[in-house]
Design a protein around this ligand. Structure first.
Ligand code: IPM
Ligand code: MN
Length: 365
């Protein structure tokens, strides 16, 4: 039988609650598919700062590197917001991404037919939207140097960052995005700000050059401000989007809302070789942590992405996605996706419903 080592990083806030549901679902699907999972739980983010004074302890990164895939929930919280950068939960996450070399981040914004009423957009605009945002994850302004604080000659304080991409960095994310587009509707929209930024001019030049290797994909370019507007005006025009780290961060939050809630969006981050990192795109929601109110579906759908992209276990992934659809179809909703006539449930209960949908009886764990 197949065996896989998975490092679990529950993190902060609602992280542990949604992770519990995701692991139950993963175990259940393992039983159904004859797959064995070996789990190693490690600290990251605020939890790691509190325990050992480091948002990404060495042994966490080591465990992640040695596993087949890494499942992360969420990090961050008010408690650490005022910490210096080296001691922020977010720094742990960024170091983890960089440490694993996961340069390509896939964020699918899919409007489930059952949730079209939860979208803030009109039904006919949101209906059947299916967008894949391919976000460059370990370069650009998030990591560029120089960065820091300084002073002007007048003594006024400054803060600065550097948005920088090498041709090679653009080429590799472009290839991954073209390959993704080939598996989808063969429409790739590259989003940049080439009318203002040199970094975007290089981006556009390289994406265009790589496009010559993929004549079957229709490549278009769009400025990021226009893309932000078009996503609301007519999201169905998009199939696959490729963009830089910061623009991808912003546009994926925007795209998620078309689906009804950011609580629905999973993500997969992959490297050239080595384990991938799977995480929901939402944060740790400290305001509702510990109240059993969180929506675990983005985390559960991240497990499906882990199985599909990371382990090549497509049937297991299909089962999980079908269970999510089934739960939604039967009218179960967490608060973030609640609408008239549906049944409001908490995080745990949603987990039980998923196990039921998988045909496995819920047991205490
Ligand atoms: C995300 C998050 C992170 C990011 C934060 C927590 C560092 O917003 O995964 O989208 O900006 O990448
Ligand atoms: Mn974000």
């Amino acid at each position: 039988s197949r065996r896989y080592n998975i490092t679990l990083l529950p993190g902060d806030g609602i992280g542990p609650e949604i992770m519990r549901v995701a692991v139950d679902v993963l175990k259940a699907v393992g039983t159904l598919e004859g797959i064995q999972f070996e789990f190693t739980e490690k600290l990251v983010g605020g939890a790691a700062i509190d325990a050992v004074g480091d948002p990404l302890p060495e042994d966490t990164l080591k465990s992640c590197k040695e596993s087949d895939s890494v499942l992360l929930a969420a990090i961050g919280g008010y408690k650490w917001d005022k910490n210096p950068r080296e001691l922020k939960p977010e720094t742990g996450l960024l170091k983890l991404r960089a440490g694993l070399g996961v340069f390509a981040n896939f964020r699918p914004a899919t409007v489930f037919p059952q949730l079209v009423d939860a979208s803030p957009l009109k039904n006919e605009i949101a209906d059947s939207v299916d967008i894949m945002v391919v976000r460059e994850l370990i370069g650009g302004i998030y990591f560029g140097t120089p960065r820091g604080f300084g002073t002007t000659i007048n003594g006024d304080r400054t803060g600065f960052n550097t948005d920088i991409y090498s041709a090679e960095e653009v080429d590799r994310i472009a290839r991954v995005a073209f390959e993704m587009a080939q598996k989808r509707q063969r429409q790739l929209c590259s989003v940049d700000k080439a009318n203002v930024l040199e970094v975007s001019q290089l981006w556009r030049e390289r994406v265009t050059a790589i496009g010559a290797e993929y004549p079957d994909v229709n490549l278009t370019h769009m400025y990021v401000d226009n893309a932000a507007m078009q996503l609301i005006r007519n999201p169905k025009q998009f199939d696959t989007i490729v963009t830089s780290n910061l623009f991808g961060d912003i546009l994926s939050d925007e795209a998620s809302m078309i689906t009804g809630s950011i609580g629905m969006l999973p993500s997969a981050s992959i490297s050239a070789s080595g384990p991938g990192l799977y995480e929901p795109i939402h944060g740790s929601a400290p305001d509702i942590a510990g109240q059993d109110k969180a929506n675990p579906l983005a985390q559960v759908l991240s497990v499906a992405m882990l199985l599909r992209f990371g382990l090549g276990e497509a049937t297991a992934a299909d089962r999980i996605e079908a269970a999510v659809m089934d739960a939604l179809h039967r009218g179960y909703r967490t608060g973030d996706i609640m609408s008239d006539g549906k049944t409001l449930v908490g995080c745990c209960k949603m987990g039980e419903i998923l196990l039921e949908a998988l045909g496995v009886r819920a047991t205490a764990s």
